[in-house]
Design a protein around this ligand. Structure first.
Ligand SMILES: NC(=O)c1ccc[n+]([C@@H]2O[C@H](COP(=O)([O-])OP(=O)(O)OC[C@H]3O[C@@H](n4cnc5c(N)ncnc54)[C@H](O)[C@@H]3O)[C@@H](O)[C@H]2O)c1
Length: 446
């Protein structure tokens, strides 16, 4: 690997080239072209890592205030396109730190700030790619929420940018840092379940998934809706597609299978040591439970990812809030000797009658705390790219979830060629990469 200095020198030219193209499209401020923003090189034990947050309303804020557990980090700047969210969070942050944070309505201005070493991204999914790629090019390390992106091609672009610019990226699949899941993995690796032929994964939540139609309206005062849409297609404002609810519309999110699914599918893939694309994807979905549902993504969805020697299956019937083993969400590894059932609260092994397998279970004392944010900071200090949930890992898992949606949306059995980036099916191929609305351009390393 190149050392940081060489890397900075070689990438400066590329950053300027890329920025020139972006500035021509009116995307990046001309000041950025004056020089490559200083890349984070925080390695001194006492040097603070100064962190900004883009997208402050819900999960982004939740992630960001985790930083208060870590004296090596400083929360210094906030960015949001909703001025009320921004001013409310700025006031909260000032109360917590005693200092006024810098505030931005345009994330590109935040990325120009040389005093910021890292950013947290808590915006809707359709923004993750552009913001992460721009942040990497601007020399910032990135904690980006899951799913990594809203399409397969965006996931690939983010891996390329993070790798090319040598940035530390942590994806917000915090289960990767959870004790319960590490204990589950240990148990599965012990082989006690016998041959695992199938993993079932499900999530039947009601949050955001069943929506009534409401008429389009003007955006609330202080909301820059055009900037909220960003690279997504132009449309008029509708409350039921906005804050929190966007995840059920294809232009911004992928429904339960990408929203909750990535957490659980990640555990299924990890448990099975799956690192490749499946051999085949079969899926079926629709708004079957609520035919008048205003949400576009499917309240009812089944996906089967076929691997060599096992299958992984996803099922959701949104809003039932029920599921197998009295768990509204979870996964089960079905082995020849017994079945392991898990969710965030606990896991339990149910032996097959007569197998001789001992029952086993695990329930952690502290359900909520993980060291996912701490791990990100440690990796920044040591310049280790191997975070608990790397950009490669986030990409792999999000792509698997998107494959399911694409198979269901096209009503096709699909095979995805991840080298040539094609399904060999024109309808499915059109869903691999979104067309960015001008002036936004799909990130490319020039
Ligand atoms: N890891 C987890 O457990 C977990 C849980 C919930 C949500 N999430 C993820 O967190 C992300 C945010 O979800 P949410 O529920 O907090 O969404 P939300 O709609 O509540 O908040 C998104 C925020 O981003 C802001 N925003 C949108 N476009 C912006 C832009 N161009 N520039 C600056 N700010 C912008 C919005 O104004 C809003 O304040 C999603 O990717 C979601 O999947 C992860």
């Amino acid at each position: 690997m190149q050392n940081q200095k060489t890397h900075d020198m070689t990438t400066r030219r590329e950053f300027i080239l890329r920025s020139s193209a972006a500035a021509a499209a009116g995307i990046i401020m001309p000041e950025l072209l004056m020089g490559r923003p200083s890349a984070s090189k925080k390695t001194g034990a006492n040097e603070k890592i100064r962190v900004g947050l883009i997208g402050c309303r819900s999960m982004g804020w939740g992630d960001y205030i985790e930083l208060f557990h870590f004296p090596q980090a400083e929360c210094v700047a906030l960015c949001d396109i909703d001025s009320k969210v921004l001013s409310d969070r700025a006031a909260e942050l000032e109360k917590l730190t005693g200092k006024k944070p810098k505030v931005f309505s345009d994330y590109r201005k935040m990325l120009e700030d040389k005093d910021i070493d890292a950013v947290f991204i808590g915006t809707p999914d359709h923004w993750h790619c552009l913001m992460t790629c721009d942040a990497c090019a601007a020399g910032k390390d990135v904690y980006v929420e899951k799913p990594l992106a809203n399409s397969i091609a965006e996931c690939d672009a983010m891996v390329s940018f993070a790798t090319h610019y040598g940035r530390v990226v942590q994806v917000g699949q915090q289960q990767r840092s959870g004790l319960i899941w590490h204990e589950m993995k240990k148990y599965i690796d012990s082989g006690k379940l016998g041959r695992i032929a199938k993993v079932n994964v499900w999530a039947n939540f009601s949050y955001a998934s069943i929506l009534r139609p409401v008429p389009d309206s003007n955006p609330p005062e202080g909301v820059d809706f055009d900037f909220w849409l960003g690279p997504a297609p132009a449309r008029s404002f509708n409350t039921n597609r906005f804050h929190g609810l966007w995840r059920m519309f294809w232009d911004y999110g992928g429904g339960l299978v990408t929203d909750w699914g990535v957490h659980l599918l990640d555990m299924a893939l990890w448990g099975m040591n799956a690192t490749t694309m499946p051999r085949r994807i079969l899926a079926s979905g629709g708004n079957f439970a609520y035919p008048t549902n205003y949400a576009e993504t499917f309240d009812t969805l089944s996906v089967l990812w076929e691997y060599d020697g096992f299958t992984i299956q996803w099922n959701n019937v949104a809003a039932t809030e029920l599921g197998p083993y009295d768990r509204a969400y979870g996964l089960e590894f079905i082995g020849t000797e017994g079945t392991l059932v898990a969710n965030r609260e606990s896991w339990v092994v149910i032996p097959k009658p007569g197998s001789g397998l001992e029952p086993a279970s695990f329930r952690p004392d502290d359900l909520d705390r993980t060291n996912h944010v701490g791990n990100f900071l440690e990796c920044i200090k040591t310049r280790t790219m191997n975070t608990a949930c790397t950009v490669q890992n986030g990409s792999f898992c999000a792509k698997i979830a998107h494959l399911g949606n694409i198979a269901a949306r096209t009503r096709s059995a699909l095979v995805y060629d991840d080298i040539r980036h094609t399904f060999g099916n024109p309808e499915a191929d059109r869903l691999i990469k979104p067309v960015y609305r001008k002036p936004w351009t799909f990130p490319e390393i020039l």
